[in-house]
Design a protein around this ligand. Sequence first.
Ligand SMILES: C[S@@+](CC[C@H](N)C(=O)[O-])C[C@H]1O[C@@H](n2cnc3c(N)ncnc32)[C@H](O)[C@@H]1O
Length: 351
Amino acid sequence: MLTQERVKDVKNHPYSNQHIGETAKLPSFRMDLRKYSEKEYNKFVTLNTVRDWSQLNWKDVGRPYEVKSKSKEKKNWEHVHNQPMDPHTSWTFFNKAFHEWFVKDVPEETQETKQQFFRSLRSFKIGEVKQALGSVVQLQLWNYVHRIQDGIWDPRGKRALFEGLDVNKPKVLFLGAAEGYEAMQLGAMYPGAEIVMVDYGEYCKTTRFAEFPESYPFLGSNPSTGQSKVHYKDDFSIEYVVDDIRNLKYGREFDIVLSVGLLEHFPDEYKHEVADWHRRFLKPGGYALLTTPRNQIRSRVYYRIMADVMNHTYRELMTVEQMGLYMYESGFDISRHGYIKVHNGLVCQPR
Ligand SMILES: C[S@@+](CC[C@H](N)C(=O)[O-])C[C@H]1O[C@@H](n2cnc3c(N)ncnc32)[C@H](O)[C@@H]1O
């Protein structure tokens, strides 16, 4: 008979090393313990399209695309307060809106939104029909992007991007951590990591990170055997700091400084400052890892349809060349660059 302890353990940690190689669509997310072959690796990360960053200039690479559609919440707030929404408030709205999607039971909600749509048809009210149809479309898109494609967390792409760093039990600083996914993926790949997550949204610590599923399996390694191993959130050493990045007092003590979806939220006059956040806390020889959303048609469509969930802040979509040029011009050497499913990725080091 299973003891209570063991039942809890199986519920929180349902996958073990015997599941490596498997993937499955669960109600709210995809679990993906597949490794990638070299061919697949090249599909996920197209590496090093630029040979010499010193030869690249803005005339060649063009400017990023600014996402102009804004959420209804932001527009209403600005109307009521008669002023632009400040970035901190914007992030508070964004994190609440985005989190609600991560916790959805998608198959269950699909049934409900479809029924609601049919009910709205019977009402003969055009406004209701439009709203209900919009909800069906949003949910279908979320299902495709998050549960089918796994484009947001993209564990195989992230692993491909993060692999091969010359670190041992690294200290990792995650800037603008939100739910903290990528630092946990790094923790699985580089066991013994000490992770510090920083976000000025209290809600990110108390809800987005706190409610990140304990049962989510991260594929990483086992340093004592050199084999692959499944890790979980509660295996990692994590400190979550609620503060503005600009207030941080750390010295040059981190092996890895990471951000995911941060750089593109700052207009050009602030890009050097954001780049500097990635240098300021790095040990000599340390790595700055960054990803930003790609400028591609499907991403433009996604941010348009999901505007009410995603667009509370200034946002750009850029190419990996544009992203790399920002970091190169801010004094970084680009050690690796490429794109994964919906993001560009850089591994860079201060010059
Ligand atoms: C776009 S999100 C990162 C994307 C994230 N992976 C997600 O799923 O939402 C950027 C995060 O950076 C945080 N942030 C932005 N500026 C910040 C600052 N100056 N100090 C601390 N956190 C900041 C926001 O609160 C937000 O949670």
